[in-house]
Design a protein around this ligand. Structure first.
Ligand code: ATP
Length: 372
C-alpha cells in the first residue's frame, strides 16, 4: 500500500492474539485473533451467545482471558504474565443502556473522565471528580457529536439518539486508543437506527479512533463497519470487508447469517456448477474435479424473473410476492419443488401462479454439501 494516509510505523490500536475465555464448561471465546487499526471500525457480528460481549469485556479488562494476549497500541495489557486493569487501559466504553449519570449535566457527563489522565467513568462519581473538567475538551466533543448548546441539559431531557451521542462523546473525550460499543442501537427506535448509524460512523471517523462494536444485526454491522468479524460458538469464523463477508462467505453459516440466501443443489463442472437454473459460474471455484455434488448460494438480488412463454411444465411459478415500494421479494417454486426468492425492482409486479423463468445474474458461491 502506498497511500498518503498510511501510518507505516504505527502498531495496530488493538491486537488480539489467540484469546480464549471459559466460564466453567462454557467456552465463551475460543482462540480469537484480530487487529483493529486506528480510525478503523470493526463489528463483531453473530447470534446470541456466540461470545461477542465477552470479547468486548476481555478488551476492556472486565474479564481476564484463560489464554492469549491483548495489546493496545502495541503494549501488552494482558497475557500470561501481564495484567492491566480497565482504568489503566486506554479504552472508552459505550454500554448498551448508555449509562449516563442522571444527576450530572451533559457537559459534566462528557467531562467526567477528564482532565487528569484516563480516569474510568464507570467508577463511582466522587465530589473530587465532579469538579468542572476540561471545558475546552467538552466543547470539542459537543461539536464532534453535533450537540453544541446541550451542555447544561440533563440526561432525562435527551432523546435516545442524543443520549447515545453523549455516551459516545464521554467515551471519546479522554482520547482513548479504542472505543468499544455494546449493541449501540438496541435501545433506540427502529426508525431512528438507520440515520443514527451514519451519524455514528461519521463521528468515529472524525475522532480517528479504533472502534469495535457488537451487534447481532447484519445490516447494522455491514453498513457501519469497515470490517466485520462473524462469530459462532466462541470462534471468529470469518473476518473481512462487508462485501467480502456478504458475497464471498467462507462457510454456509456465514452465507446464511449475513444475508438472505438461496441454496441450490448442483454439480461442479469447469469453473462453475450445473444447476436447475443452468450453468452458474462460481466465484470461489478452485481446482475441484468435475461431477462433485455441491450447493450453490445465490442472493435474492442475484436472480431475475421473466415471463415463461409456453406456460408449460418447464416453467417455475410465483408463490407469493411482497411489495415494499423500493423493491419486491418474489418467492418462486422451481420445477423440482425447490423454492427460491428473488429481490426485484418494481416496474413489473408479480402475482401468485404467474409462470416464470428464473435467470441467474451473477456468480454464485459454492458450498460443500453439509452431509458429505
Ligand atoms: P448476546 O448477543 O445474547 O449478548 P453474546 O454473543 O454477547 O450474546 P456472550 O454474552 O459473550 O454472548 O456469552 C457467550 C457465552 O458465555 C454464553 O454461553 C454465555 O452464557 C456465557 N457467559 C457469558 N458470561 C458469563 C458469565 N459471567 N458466567 C458464565 N457464563 C457466561
Amino acid at each position: 500500500m502506498a497511500s498518503g494516509t498510511e501510518r507505516p510505523s504505527e502498531p495496530p490500536a488493538l491486537t488480539v492474539e489467540r484469546v480464549t475465555k471459559t466460564f466453567g464448561e462454557t467456552v465463551a471465546v475460543r482462540e480469537a485473533s484480530f487487529e483493529v487499526e486506528r480510525g478503523e471500525i470493526l463489528a463483531l457480528l453473530g447470534p446470541s451467545g456466540c461470545g461477542k460481549t465477552t470479547t468486548l469485556r476481555l478488551l476492556a479488562g472486565f474479564e481476564r482471558p484463560n489464554d492469549g494476549e491483548v495489546r493496545i497500541n502495541g503494549e501488552t495489557v494482558v497475557d500470561a504474565d501481564v495484567w492491566q486493569p480497565p482504568e489503566r487501559r486506554r479504552i472508552g466504553m459505550v454500554p448498551q443502556d448508555f449509562a449516563l449519570f442522571p444527576h450530572l449535566s451533559v457537559g459534566d457527563n462528557i467531562g467526567f473522565g477528564l482532565p487528569n489522565g484516563h480516569r474510568a467513568w464507570w467508577t463511582k462519581p466522587t465530589r473530587r471528580l465532579r469538579r468542572a473538567a476540561a471545558p475546552q475538551r467538552v466543547q470539542e466533543m459537543l461539536e464532534l457529536v453535533g450537540l453544541v448548546g446541550f451542555a447544561d441539559r440533563f440526561p432525562h431531557e435527551l432523546s435516545g439518539g442524543e443520549a447515545q451521542r453523549v455516551a459516545l462523546a464521554r467515551a471519546l473525550a479522554p482520547q482513548p486508543a479504542a472505543v468499544l460499543l455494546d449493541e449501540p442501537f438496541s435501545n433506540l427506535d427502529q426508525n431512528l437506527r438507520a440515520s443514527l448509524r451514519l451519524a455514528m460512523r461519521n463521528i468515529l471517523k472524525a475522532a480517528d479512533t479504533a472502534a469495535v462494536f457488537v451487534s447481532h444485526h447484519r445490516e447494522e454491522a455491514l453498513s457501519l463497519a469497515d470490517r466485520v468479524a462473524v462469530m459462532r460458538d466462541g470462534q471468529i469464523e470469518q473476518i473481512g470487508a462487508p462485501d467480502d463477508i456478504y458475497y464471498r462467505p467462507e462457510t454456509r453459516f456465514i452465507g446464511t447469517f449475513v444475508g438472505d440466501a438461496n441454496i441450490l443443489p448442483g454439480e461442479t463442472v469447469g469453473g462453475g456448477a450445473q444447476t436447475e437454473l443452468g450453468f452458474v459460474v462460481l466465484s470461489n471455484s478452485g481446482s475441484e474435479a468435475s461431477g462433485q455434488a455441491i450447493d450453490i448460494l445465490l442472493r435474492p438480488e442475484q436472480l431475475a424473473l421473466k415471463p415463461c412463454q409456453d406456460d408449460g411444465p418447464d416453467c417455475a411459478n410465483v408463490i407469493s410476492s411482497e411489495y415494499y415500494g423500493h423493491d419486491q421479494v418474489v418467492r418462486v417454486r422451481l420445477r423440482s419443488g425447490i423454492e427460491v426468492e428473488a429481490r426485484l425492482r418494481t416496474e413489473v409486479v408479480w402475482h401468485p401462479d404467474d409462470p416464470v423463468d428464473v435467470i441467474v445474474l451473477d456468480d454464485g458461491i459454492g458450498l460443500a454439501r453439509e452431509n458429505q
